[in-house]
Unconditional design. Structure first.
Length: 271
């Protein structure tokens, strides 16, 4: 079997879009369509339902995805074994909070790219629950989560860094009656809300940029990692109200899976 078809299967399963899959794989859309049809003919089953809302996995497709990951992992181990440590290449999928994806990982990934050009790292912004589920299900090779503590039975969880958290506001903005916070599921904002003695108005966004922009405009206060507001603190467009308890950055991996040399290289870089 041509393992390129399996790679296309996995990307389409994740994106649900032939157009996005083509862009991700640097192919034309017709090639993606042909590859999926070829794989369906080879397996003798329909893998996707083509719906107006996108491509959705059938039950057979979900089974194929799980086994495709195993086949591709085995292929990578074969490449690693015969080529030795001088050539490290392959795809590595990391799920992490938006702040970690935006501010902590780019330089580490750039260092990996300089040392091992054959490694392609895919960053996927996710919350704690999605990161743990992705590692457990095989959709992610590495999960990074910001929490006070992580309970993930069957997975390996290592604390690798501490992330300072700040309560910030624009200069002159009075004590907050309104907060702009990240969506529920963000550990440090959920912890802050639980500890509030009053019940202010809270507006939630899924984007750090949206939260920060509202607060810079003087509309309220927010809670964000220091790294996400460092530039604004230096420029004076935001000021620190007070420091909050730090969050811990944990690396989550699955000990049942044998990591490729590419995964090991990236894990070493991010830790």
């Amino acid at each position: 079997m041509d393992t390129r078809l399996l790679r296309t299967l996995l990307v389409l399963a994740r994106t649900g879009s032939f157009t996005s899959t083509a862009a991700h794989l640097h192919l034309v859309q017709s090639t993606v369509t042909s590859q999926v049809k070829a794989l369906e003919r080879h397996l003798g089953v329909r893998l996707f339902d083509r719906l107006p809302s996108g491509a959705r996995l059938t039950e057979a497709g979900r089974q194929a995805v799980e086994h495709a990951r195993e086949v591709l992992a085995a292929e990578q181990r074969l490449r690693d074994a015969v080529r030795g440590s001088t050539e490290v290449e392959g795809d590595v999928r990391i799920g992490a909070p938006e702040s970690v994806c935006a501010y902590r990982l780019p330089q580490r990934i750039a260092d990996v790219a300089l040392r091992w050009p054959g490694i392609t790292v895919h960053l996927i912004p996710v919350g704690t629950r999605e990161a743990i589920a992705g590692v457990r299900g095989g959709g992610l090779d590495l999960g990074l989560v910001l929490e006070d503590a992580v309970v993930a039975p069957g997975l390996r969880v290592n604390a690798i860094a501490v992330e300072p958290i700040e309560l910030v506001a624009a200069p002159g903005v009075p004590p907050a009656e309104r907060y702009f916070l990240l969506e529920e599921g963000c550990s440090y904002t959920d912890r802050f809300v639980r500890e509030l003695s009053a019940t202010p108005t809270i507006t939630r966004f899924g984007s750090i940029e949206a939260v920060r922009s509202c607060v810079v405009a003087g509309l309220g206060w927010t809670v964000l990692p220091r790294v996400a507001v460092a530039e604004q603190l230096d420029a004076g467009t935001l000021h620190r109200v007070r420091e909050l308890p730090d969050s811990t950055l944990f690396l989550v991996t699955d000990p049942r899976r044998t990591p490729s040399t590419a995964v090991r290289a990236v894990a070493d870089a991010v830790t």
